[in-house]
Write a protein that binds this ligand. Structure first.
Ligand SMILES: Cc1ncc(COP(=O)(O)O)c(C=O)c1O
Length: 400
C-alpha cells in the first residue's frame, strides 16, 4: 500500500541533537572509541530519596489513572515549589502536569497557535521550539544573536520583531544551547514590551537551578500580577533532578489556557505516569541537597571545559551562567582543510570531522539556528571532558 502522510509532516524535521547522540552511540556500540559531549541530560543518577518515593508508590498500589492534569499532591508540591523558588503564587487550576517539559510546550503551541500566527524565538534556540510552532501551521520568527551580544536579545529587538500576528515569545533562561541566562533587569525590559504589545511570554525555566557563582534565576511571572497574567512558565523535573527518563514537566499559567491544554491532554496522553508523579512530589518537596551537589559538580566542569576550549587556538568560548552547555565560536577553523583532505566550511562539517576522524561527538551550532558555533554538553565526568578537549585540540592542530 502507498501511504500518504499528512501534509504537516513536511514541516517537522527530526531532532538533530537526538540523531547525533544516536550516531555517537552507534559508533560506540560498533567498538569505536567515542567521547561524547552530545547528551542533553545530566549524567548523575536520580537521587535516592526520589527513587525510594517511586518504589513506595508502586508497593502502595499507586498504579492507576490519576486526574489528567496531575494529582492534587503533585500540584500542591509544584505550587509550594513555585512559591519557595520563584516567589509567585498559583492555584491548582493554573497548573498542568505533562509528559516532560517538551510535551507541556507542545500543548501550549497546540492550544494557542493557528495558521498565520507568529512566535518569536531568539536564536540560538532549543531545537524543538521552531518545529513545534511549524507543525501548528504557525511561523517561527527568529531573532538572531551572537557571542558578541552574549546570545541575548534586547527590548528593542523584541519590539521590532512583534507584529499583529505575534502570539508569544519564547524566553529560555538559562538557555539550551548557550548556557546564557538573563538577569532580572533584562527580563523586566523584555516583559514590559510584551505587556505593552499584548504578547504572551512562554518562559522555559527547565534549567533554573543549574546556575553558577552568584547568579540568581528569576521568573518573569514574579514581577507583578500583570506579568504573571501574560506568562506561561514551563518547567519540569528532567534536568535539575536528573529525571530525564521519568517524563514529567509542568506548565503554570492563566487558568483559561491551562484549561484548554488540559482538554487536549485528556484526549491525547491523559495523565503522566502515576509513579513518576509520586516521585516528583518528593523531588519538589523533599530535601534539595542533591540539586546543590549536582550544581557544584557542573560548576567545576564548566571551568574545566571553558578554560580548555579557550586554550585551543581558533576556538573562543564565553563563560555561561547556567545549564550544562557551552557554545564555543569555531568560525576561525572554517576554510581550513583536514589531514583527510576535507575542507571545513560549516559547523556541521567540523562536527562530522570531529566525530568520524577524532571520536568526539559535539553538535553543530547551525542545528540551533546559529552557524559558526558548536554545542558541547558537559554533563559528563571530568576525565571524559579532559580527553575530549585533548582530541579537539589535536584535531584543530592538524588543520591546515
Ligand atoms: C530548553 C529545554 N526545554 C525543555 C526541554 C524538555 O525537557 P523534558 O521534556 O525532558 O522535560 C529541554 C530538554 O532538552 C530543553 O533543553
Amino acid at each position: 500500500m502507498k501511504y500518504k502522510l499528512a501534509q504537516r509532516m513536511q514541516s517537522i524535521h527530526p531532532s538533530p541533537t537526538l540523531s547525533l547522540t544516536a550516531k555517537a552511540k552507534q559508533l560506540k556500540a560498533d567498538g569505536h572509541d567515542v567521547v561524547s559531549f552530545g547528551a542533553g541530560e545530566p549524567d548523575f543518577d536520580t537521587p535516592q530519596n526520589i527513587k525510594d518515593a517511586a518504589i513506595k508508590a508502586i508497593n502502595n498500589g499507586v498504579t492507576k489513572y490519576t486526574p489528567v492534569p496531575g494529582t492534587n499532591e503533585l500540584k500542591d508540591a509544584i505550587i509550594a515549589k513555585l512559591k519557595r523558588d520563584n516567589h509567585v503564587e498559583y492555584t491548582r487550576d493554573e497548573i498542568l502536569v505533562s509528559n516532560g517539559g517538551k510535551h507541556g510546550l507542545f500543548n501550549i503551541a497546540m492550544a494557542l497557535l493557528e495558521e498565520g500566527d507568529e512566535v518569536i524565538i531568539p536564536a540560538p534556540y532549543w531545537v524543538s521550539y521552531p518545529e513545534q510552532v511549524r507543525v501548528m501551521g504557525a511561523t517561527p520568527v527568529i531573532i538572531p544573536t551572537s557571542d558578541q551580544d552574549d546570545f541575548k536579545i534586547n527590548a528593542q529587538q523584541l519590539e521590532n520583531a512583534i507584529t499583529a500576528k505575534t502570539k508569544f515569545v519564547i524566553i529560555n533562561s538559562p538557555s539550551n544551547p548557550t548556557g546564557v541566562a538573563y538577569n532580572k533587569n533584562e527580563l523586566q525590559s523584555l516583559a514590559e514590551v510584551c505587556l505593552k504589545k499584548n504578547v504572551l511570554i512562554v518562559s522555559d525555566e527547565i534549567y533554573e537551578h543549574i546556575v553558577y557563582d552568584d547568579f540568581k534565576h528569576v521568573s518573569i511571572a514574579s514581577f507583578s500580577p500583570e506579568f504573571k497574567d501574560i506568562t506561561l512558565i514551563s518547567n519540569g523535573a528532567s534536568k535539575c533532578y536528573s529525571m530525564t527518563g521519568w517524563r514529567m514537566g509542568f506548565t503554570a499559567g492563566p487558568q483559561e489556557i491551562i484549561k484548554a491544554m488540559n482538554k487536549l491532554q485528556a484526549q491525547s496522553t491523559s495523565n503522566v505516569c502515576s509513579i513518576t508523579q509520586a516521585a516528583c512530589v518528593e523531588a519538589f518537596a523533599g530535601p534539595q541537597d542533591a540539586v546543590l551537589q549536582m550544581r557544584a559538580a557542573f560548576q567545576k566542569r564548566r571551568k574545566l571545559i571553558v578554560n580548555g576550549l579557550n586554550n585551543i587556538p581558533g576556538i573562543n568560548c564565553k563563560t555561561p551562567q547556567g545549564a550544562f552547555y557551552v557554545f564555543p565560536n569555531v568560525s576561525e577553523v572554517f576554510g581550513k582543510t583536514t589531514k583527510q583532505g576535507k575542507t571545513i566550511n560549516s559547523s556541521e562539517d567540523f562536527c562530522f570531522h570531529l566525530l568520524e576522524d577524532h571520536g568526539v561527538a559535539v553538535v553543530h551550532g547551525s542545528a540551533f539556528g546559529a552557524e559558526g558555533y558548536l554545542r558541547m554538553s558537559y554533563a559528563t565526568d571530568e576525565a571524559t571532558i579532559t580527553e575530549g578537549l585533548k582530541r579537539i585540540a589535536n584535531a584543530v592542530k592538524q588543520l591546515s
